[in-house]
Design a protein around this ligand. Structure first.
Ligand code: 5GP
Ligand code: MN
Length: 317
């Protein structure tokens, strides 16, 4: 049986389904979760989406109000579907929900995916998990409504940085098909790329103030501290995009952005042309894509900075 047949059989045999995604969820994570929920509700399934913490910028997406913060204590799900998550650890506090479910499906587009489900649909050649989901929803014979299309388009738009990176011919074909449902693409673009808050703008200012160039100007580095987080009362997702400012400086190949979470550091890395940041992230317990990767580390701030810069220098031309 093909993977898609396995997915169909597993979904049709289940009544109670839970959908999970990675922590610090981005547009592809939230978009794919809501699109899957809306699609499965159309065929009469009981579906929960559990996301413990997410930015309120996602409130324009259909189904947002139905997102649960926690799985109910006594909810026993027949099936758990993990979306946009390369490994079990990425599910973070929802890991147990996944482990408790009778059957599991993983749908993703990360090259570093560990195939940790009973059935795994991992196509790393796709721009986004949402792009892969179009294929899955199509195979299930579920029509893509305007609401589902809005969620899917959001994931594709945000994961490709506005149709810039990792775009295939199918990405535009699928976008055209989604546009046919009548979605307002200008509204979606403004919501996820332009619209901001005072807190986000202030913290960006802090990060820009600290931005420095290392390794002969090839590496840009900046960070925000726990004190900044508290001062500006930041939410998950409020840091998205800060790493791009360093990457956009002329001659920079890699941009690093570090944020402090409790006693740990969460690192975001972006490269411009040739350097594979996913190799560095994977080496220190993280993962991602060639030009966008991340990790969480227990190292001290100084050692972490030194280690990352040394790893990058090994690859610099
Ligand atoms: P970001 O820097 O936006 O948090 O993440 C960039 C890319 O790296 C995303 O594709 C994300 O899934 C991946 N990524 C970020 N942090 C981690 C991590 O701790 N583990 C893994 N496996 N992937 C990560
Ligand atoms: Mn993604």
């Amino acid at each position: 049986m093909s993977v898609l047949e396995n997915i169909k059989e597993s979904i049709l045999a289940s009544n109670s389904i839970v959908i999970l995604t990675h922590e610090n969820p981005d547009g592809d994570a939230v978009g794919s979760s809501l699109a899957m929920m809306l699609a499965l509700k159309k065929i009469g399934k009981k579906v929960d989406v559990v996301i413990p913490s997410l930015n309120k910028m996602y409130d324009i997406l259909p189904g947002y109000e139905d997102i649960k913060k926690y799985a109910e204590e006594n909810d026993n799900y027949d099936l758990c579907i993990a979306l946009d998550s390369a490994d079990l650890e990425r599910l973070h506090s929802c890991k147990e929900v996944f482990e408790k479910a009778e059957n599991t499906i993983v749908i993703d587009h990360h090259i570093t995916n560990q195939n940790f489900g009973d059935v795994n649909y991992v196509n790393a050649a796709a721009s986004s998990t949402c792009q892969n989901l179009v294929v899955v929803i199509g195979y299930l014979d579920i029509a893509i409504s305007k609401d589902i299309a809005m969620c899917l388009y959001t994931g594709i738009l945000t994961d490709t940085g506005g149709f810039r990176y990792n775009v295939q011919i199918e990405t535009f074909e699928i976008a055209a098909m989604l546009l046919e449902t009548g979605i307002d693409i200008a509204k979606i673009y403004r919501n996820f790329f332009d619209l901001t808050t005072m807190a986000r703008t202030k913290v960006l200012g802090k990060a820009l103030d600290r931005l420095e160039l290392l390794s002969n100007g090839k590496v840009a580095f900046t960070y925000i501290t726990k004190e900044d987080e508290e001062k500006y009362d930041l939410m998950d997702g409020d840091h998205e995009g800060i790493v791009n400012y360093g990457r956009d400086i002329e001659n920079v190949e890699v941009s690093i952005f570090v944020r402090q979470i409790d006693e740990k550091y969460k690192v975001s890395m972006r490269s411009n042309e040739y350097l594979d940041v996913s190799l560095i992230a994977s080496k220190y317990g993280g993962g991602g894509h060639m030009k966008a990767a991340g990790l969480t580390s227990n190292m001290s701030f100084d050692l972490l900075k030194q280690t990352l810069v040394a790893e990058i220098e090994k690859q610099l031309k």
